[in-house]
Design a protein around this ligand. Structure first.
Ligand SMILES: [Zn+2]
Length: 479
C-alpha cells in the first residue's frame, strides 16, 4: 500500500472563506501556544512538553473555546505535527547534526489535518468538523476526489501558493499489471537528473532512452525573473521609506507581486509532476522495474557564483526526487539512489575518463563512442545499480531515443516545428487557401519559377529534410 495525496481547490463563499481562515489562524495559535509553553519550561529548566500524549493533556486542560472554531481532532493534528518535528530534530541532533534546531518559528496560518471518521466527502461536498457549539463547515471542492471511495484516509486544509486548498490523502494499493506487462525488477534503467533535461533515462539491456526537455520550465523561470525585476523597477518609487507606513497602493502592489510569485510556483510544480509522469509511463511501457537515479545533491553545497546558484535553486532536486519516488512506488517500480559523481565525464562504452563535453554530445577519444551526453550519463548511472545488473548491458545509446517535453501549460512549450505530430497551422487547414500573399515576381531569364508558398529559396523537392527516398530513415530531428 502507498499513500498518495492530491491537492484540490475549493469553491467558497465569502463566509466559508472567512471560516477557513479562522480555522487556520486558530491552528497557528495552537502552534504558538506550544512554542510558548516550551519556552517557559526551558527558562524554568524543566523538560519540554514534546510527547503527543502530554501535549493532548495540555490541550484538554485548556478547555473548550480556547482556539475558536477549531475542534480537538484538528488541534491534535497540529500537536502531532509539533511532536513529529521535535522528535526528528532531537534524533538528528543526537546523530551529531548540531545545526538542526527544534521548532521555534510561529506561523500565522497552520495546516490542519483531519483523519478518517471526522470528515465526510459526498461527491464534491466536504464536511469538516468544528468545535462543539459551532456548525460543521461545509465546503465545495472544485473537482471530484481522484481516488476511489473508501480509500481516503485524511484531508488537510491549507493555504499554499496563495490559495486555500484541501490535500486529500488516500491509501492505494500498488498498481497491479497483467502478467505479460509487469515491470521486471531485472530490467534496469539509469536516470540522470539535470537542468536542461529534468530527466534523461537509459535502459541498460536494450539501450533505449528517454529525454524529457526542461526548456519550458527554464523559460518559465527566466520570464518570471524578468517579470519580477521589471515590476520591482517600476514600483520601487512607491516603496515606503524605512519607518514609514506603507500606503494602500503599496499594499496592492505587494499583493500583485505575491500573486505572480504563487502562480509561478504552481506552474513549476505542475511541470515537474508532468515530467515525472512521463518518465514513469515510459518505464512502465518498457517494463522497467528498477530505476537507478544519480543523486546530484552534492552540488548544492558549493558556491557556484550568483547565476549558477540561482539556476541550482530553481532546479528543485529534492522535490524532483520526492515526486519521482512517490510515483515510482505507486507504479511498483523500485528506485535506487546512487552517487552520480563523474558520470558526465565517463565514457559509457569503455568506462574511461574523458573530458566533460561542452555541448550535449559526448565523444570518446578512446573508443569512438558518440552519443547524447545526458543519455550517456544515465547509462553509466544504470551500471552503478547496487547488486549489479543481471543482464549483459547493451551498447549505450543504441536504441530508440524518445523525446518528450514537460509543462504543457508553460510559455515556450509549443510543439517542435519539425514534429510530424504537430497540428498544421490554421492557415493551412483544409478548405483554406492560406494566408494571402503577394503575387510571385515575373519570371526572368533561365531561372525556374519560384515555388508558391515556400518561403525558403530551396525548392521543396530538393529540401534534404523532406527527402524520404530511403524508407525508415528519420527525416526530422527532435529536440
Ligand atoms: Zn570510450
Amino acid at each position: 500500500m502507498v499513500h498518495r495525496t492530491a491537492r484540490i481547490g475549493l469553491r467558497l463563499t465569502r463566509a466559508q472563506r472567512q471560516r477557513c481562515f479562522g480555522l487556520l489562524r486558530s491552528a497557528g495559535d495552537v502552534w504558538a501556544c506550544v512554542l510558548e509553553i516550551n519556552a517557559w519550561r526551558r527558562r524554568r529548566g524543566d523538560q519540554p512538553a514534546a510527547s503527543y500524549q502530554e501535549l493532548c493533556r495540555l490541550l484538554s486542560a485548556s478547555g473548550p473555546g480556547t482556539f475558536g472554531e477549531l475542534d480537538s481532532s484538528g488541534a491534535r493534528s497540529v500537536l502531532r505535527r509539533y511532536c513529529d518535528a521535535w522528535f526528528s530534530a532531537a534524533a538528528r541532533r543526537k546523530a551529531g547534526h548540531a545545526e538542526v534546531r527544534f521548532p521555534r518559528r510561529r506561523r500565522a496560518l497552520m495546516p490542519i489535518r483531519w483523519y478518517h471518521g471526522t470528515f465526510t466527502i459526498t461527491g464534491r461536498q466536504l464536511r469538516l468538523p468544528a468545535a462543539r457549539g459551532c456548525l460543521p463547515l461545509h465546503v465545495r471542492l472544485d473537482r471530484l476526489v481522484p481516488y476511489p471511495a473508501g480509500t481516503v484516509r485524511s484531508v488537510t486544509l491549507l493555504f499554499d501558493a496563495g490559495r486555500l486548498g484541501i490535500d486529500v490523502t488516500a491509501e492505494l494499493p500498488v498498481t497491479t499489471y497483467p502478467h505479460h506487462a509487469r515491470p521486471d525488477p531485472d530490467r534496469v534503467a539509469g536516470v540522470d537528473l539535470g537542468i536542461i533535461h529534468p530527466y534523461a533515462a537509459a535502459g541498460l539491456d536494450d539501450g533505449t532512452a528517454l529525454l524529457v526537455s526542461g526548456r519550458a520550465l527554464r523559460a518559465e523561470h527566466r520570464l518570471h525573473l524578468a517579470d519580477t525585476k521589471g515590476r520591482r523597477r517600476a514600483t520601487a518609487a512607491r516603496a515606503p521609506k524605512p519607518g514609514q507606513r506603507g500606503s494602500r497602493r503599496w499594499r496592492k502592489t505587494r499583493r500583485r507581486a505575491r500573486l505572480a510569485e504563487t502562480r509561478h510556483r504552481r506552474r513549476t510544480r505542475q511541470a515537474l509532476h508532468e515530467a515525472t509522469t512521463t518518465l514513469i509511463g515510459w518505464a512502465v511501457d518498457k517494463r522497467i522495474g528498477t530505476l537507478t537515479v544519480g543523486d546530484p545533491r552534492g552540488v548544492l553545497n558549493q558556491n557556484a557564483g550568483r547565476r549558477h546558484n540561482l539556476r541550482l535553486r530553481q532546479w528543485q532536486i529534492g522535490r524532483t526526487l520526492q515526486i519521482l519516488q512517490d510515483k515510482a512506488a505507486l507504479a511498483g517500480i523500485r528506485v535506487h539512489l546512487v552517487d552520480e559523481r563523474g558520470t558526465s565525464s565517463t565514457c559509457p562504452a569503455c568506462g574511461k575518463k574523458i573530458s566533460k563535453p561542452r555541448g550535449r554530445v559526448m565523444t570518446c577519444q578512446h573508443c569512438q563512442f558518440a552519443g547524447h551526453r545526458d543519455v550517456a550519463a544515465a547509462f553509466t548511472i544504470a551500471t552503478r545499480t547496487p547488486g549489479g545488473a543481471t543482464t549483459t548491458p547493451a551498447q549505450p545509446c543504441s536504441g530508440v531515443v524518445t523525446h518528450r517535453r514537460a509543462g504543457t501549460h508553460l510559455p515556450g512549450r509549443g510543439s517542435a516545428r519539425r514534429d510530424p505530430r504537430r497540428r498544421p497551422p490554421r492557415s493551412a487547414a483544409e478548405g483554406s487557401l492560406g494566408r494571402r500573399r503577394p503575387a510571385p515576381p515575373p519570371v526572368t531569364g533561365r531561372r525556374s519559377p519560384p515555388v508558391v508558398g515556400s518561403r525558403s529559396p530551396t525548392p521543396v523537392d530538393e529540401d534534404p529534410q523532406h527527402d524520404r527516398s530511403q524508407p525508415g530513415q528519420r527525416w526530422w530531428t527532435p529536440h
